[in-house]
Design a protein around this ligand. Structure first.
Ligand code: G1P
Length: 308
């Protein structure tokens, strides 16, 4: 085992081999969903009856994560309020005897701590992760990009949980990748890699939103990462890159070259809820699984399809 791996192992060892903290950057302006996101944070837009952010938080809970660090910008206080007690709503539900709904409203807040940090300037994803450093300290941690929703399946209970397991097993930072069409490589961070073992890739560099000609592969980052603390030192020294922003992918290239970085294709069910089409897909598919509306929705979709 090389010295750097040993260091990550020892930092994992001091916390019984588990990753307890996750960063969720939530400072984006949500311009793709304007005007809806003029006053409502995009993280609070509902998929059926749950806000997008709650899917991310539940994925963290299933991975055994205890503290979520929300890196939010201005106008995002509705997210903090969501994870707080809502006396008025809870009192109304209690008095109306709606105990099941009351339990749903209360369920998350005791299972996880939400720590909120303000990103005062929009300097990029890398900057958003870096400013969580005082809370992360010197521990491995997870990063989840909220636009992407990962739904629990039999094969994959928690997308971030699978990465936590692989990080612990291999002693290296590990990120999720997914194969994308050629037309889509310029929308994502793309990895340059060699296959180490079945579905485990050794990353040598990461390129932020490359053109098709310069893309090193078609394996894209869907926004799930587990890093050792060395990513924070790399971020500290990262200069603004693509679009003048401090890019997480640039710091990842540094880590790939020093400590090493692994990637794996997740078996999770995923929706890109940051995109209008992906958001609608998520609502339809999750609606078809919602006991209250599934039959009506099925019937409606069949009828609608026959008219198209
Ligand atoms: C960000 C990251 C990119 C990643 C993508 C996943 O880009 O910079 O590397 O592939 O999220 O959604 P954004 O979509 O925020 O521009």
């Amino acid at each position: 085992m090389v010295a750097n791996e040993a260091r990550l192992w020892s930092s994992l060892g001091t916390m019984n081999g588990s990753v307890k903290k996750a960063v969720i950057p939530a400072a984006g302006l949500g311009t793709r969903f304007l005007p809806a996101t003029k006053t409502v944070p995009k993280e609070m837009l509902p998929i059926v009856d749950k806000p997008i952010i709650l899917y991310n938080i539940e994925e963290c809970i299933r991975a055994g994560i205890e503290d979520v660090i929300l890196v939010a910008g201005r106008g995002k206080s509705a997210i903090e309020d969501f994870f707080d007690t809502s006396y008025e709503v809870e009192d109304v539900l209690l008095k109306a005897g709606k105990t099941e709904l009351l339990e749903r409203v209360q369920s998350v807040k005791d299972k996880i701590n939400i720590i909120s940090i303000r990103q005062k300037e929009a300097k990029g994803l890398g900057h958003a992760v870096y400013i969580a450093q005082p809370v992360i300290g010197d521990e491995p941690f997870a990063v989840l990009l909220g636009d992407e929703i990962m739904i629990e399946t039999e094969e994959c209970k928690s997308a971030i949980g699978d990465l936590v397991d692989l990080t612990q097993k291999n002693g290296k930072s590990t990120v999720a990748v997914m194969p994308v069409e050629k037309a889509d490589v310029s929308k994502y961070g793309i990895i340059e890699c060699t296959e180490k073992s079945e579905n485990l890739w050794e990353v040598s560099a990461v390129v932020e939103k490359p053109s098709l000609e310069s893309a090193p592969s078609q394996l894209a980052l869907p926004g799930r990462y587990v890093f050792g603390p060395e990513i924070l030192s790399a971020l500290r020294d990262t200069k603004p890159g693509k679009n003048g922003e401090i890019q997480l992918t640039d710091a990842m290239t540094q880590v790939a070259k020093s400590e090493g970085l692994l990637a794996t294709v997740l078996k999770s069910r995923r929706f890109d809820a940051g995109d209008k089409f992906g958001y609608l897909q998520a609502n339809i598919e999750m609606g078809l699984e919602n006991a209250e509306v599934k039959e009506k929705l099925q019937h409606y979709l069949k009828q609608l399809a026959s008219t198209l």
